[in-house]
Design a binder for this molecule. Structure first.
Ligand code: NAD
Length: 356
């Protein structure tokens, strides 16, 4: 039995079809009386629905959340929250909207109520990110962890199939790296395995199934996303997350797609150094006979997701610089980071080679 530390974050999590209707009472339970509602321009409809549920308890809908949380936007939204005199923030959306809510919480200490609509998992972590002058800075702060999360699969109906698949594999990446985290613990392992299994079952149905099947699959996927996100929030991530952070931050590659392409290759890189975790990941993916790397790659293919960095906008001439950046400020990783091998990993990911 390994030694471990278990210190979970406390949050109230409500799960169920239609549970967004409980928004007013849940906001009141956390002490909120007047909210700033946040969303992206594309999700104004979902945010307006939340605002209508809140009635006069909604002070304003700010609909300009954007990828990677530009610091100027965060300052503008924080100033607006102060000017309106709100006492909480309601975030309706994916990781970009959660990110803006977290930036406001960091500045103002306002509590967040999260209504997630993708599988990214940010709503259950105390990790924030802010981008200024082309540099994305990340950190951890307990104030940015949402107090309450409403998981309502109805709100994922509008999520395009392509984003459903890549966002789901983004979630699987959190759980996979959690299983070989240097600070992992048995409870997070259980959540990681259950989360991977739920997503592996749900994603192909979400993409290929009929309407009746996809309703249940949406709930399964959101359940998996909660579990996988919780793992991300509680244990340290490794090479895969470092690579994706580098590729997204320095080469403007899309977040969930980058996770989808890189994960099989990061797992192949770590395979020999973390054999037990790999065996458990493959089994949770329903492919005990395969390597974890191959099983993730095949899942992406079966969901019609991108499998190469070339397909999502990476230039081959940038691979050397990406490798150099990935080797700086290294995260703990089961296998030591060897320049030539990491460069080989990036080459495999660039060309979308199926790992063995
Ligand atoms: P996103 O929030 O950028 O959403 C992608 C697009 O899909 C947006 O246009 C959004 O409006 C739209 N969308 C989202 N849900 C929808 C729905 N149900 N119906 C219709 N459209 C919908 O994408 P994401 O992958 O959720 O988040 C990525 C960002 O989150 C990145 O910046 C990443 O760094 C961050 N992130 C942070 C953490 C953390 O713990 N801090 C964890 C994961 C991701």
């Amino acid at each position: 039995m390994r030694n471990f530390v278990y210190a979970p974050h406390l949050q109230r999590v409500i799960f169920g079809i239609g549970c967004v209707a409980a928004l007013p009472e849940e906001m009141a339970k956390m002490g909120g009386t007047k909210a700033l509602v946040l969303c992206t321009p594309q999700q104004r409809g979902d945010a307006d629905h939340a605002a209508a549920l809140l009635g006069t308890a909604c002070a304003y809908v700010f609909d300009r959340a954007a990828m990677h949380v530009p610091a100027a936007l965060a300052r503008e939204a924080s100033a607006l929250a102060s000017r309106l005199g709100v006492d909480c923030v309601v975030a309706v959306g994916g990781g970009s909207t959660m990110g803006l809510a977290k930036a406001i919480a960091l500045e103002t200490s306002l509590p967040i109520l999260a209504v997630p609509t993708t599988y990214a998992g940010s709503e259950v972590t105390a990790i924030y990110g802010l981008t200024e002058g082309g540099m994305k800075k990340t950190g951890k702060d307990a104030r940015v962890l949402p107090r309450t999360v409403l998981y309502d699969a109805e709100l994922t109906h509008g999520l395009p199939k392509g984003i459903s698949a890549t966002s789901g594999i983004n979630a699987i990446a959190h759980a996979a790296e959690g299983l070989y985290a240097s600070d992992g613990n048995p409870v997070m392992d259980l959540m990681a395995l259950e989360g991977i299994a739920a997503l592996a079952r749900a994603l192909p149905i979400l993409v290929n199934g009929d309407a009746a099947e996809t309703t249940e699959a949406r709930s399964q996927a959101l359940y998996g996303a909660w579990l996988c996100g919780t793992v991300l929030g509680n244990v340290g991530m490794a090479l895969h997350h470092k690579l994706c952070h580098t590729l997204g931050g320095s080469f403007a590659l899309p977040h969930a797609e980058t996770h989808t392409v890189v994960l099989p290759h990061a797992l192949a890189y770590n395979a020999e150094a973390a054999p037990d975790a790999m065996r458990r990941i493959a089994a949770a993916l329903g492919r005990p006979e395969a390597s974890a790397a191959t099983a993730v790659f095949d899942l992406a293919v079966s969901c019609g997701a991108p499998t190469s960095l070339a397909a999502i906008g990476m230039q081959e001439s940038d691979l050397d610089r990406a490798c150099d950046l990935a080797l700086q400020n290294q995260y703990a990783n089961p296998r030591a980071l060897e320049r030539q091998a990491v460069r080989g990993l990036l080459d495999d990911a660039f060309h979308g080679r199926r790992p063995t």
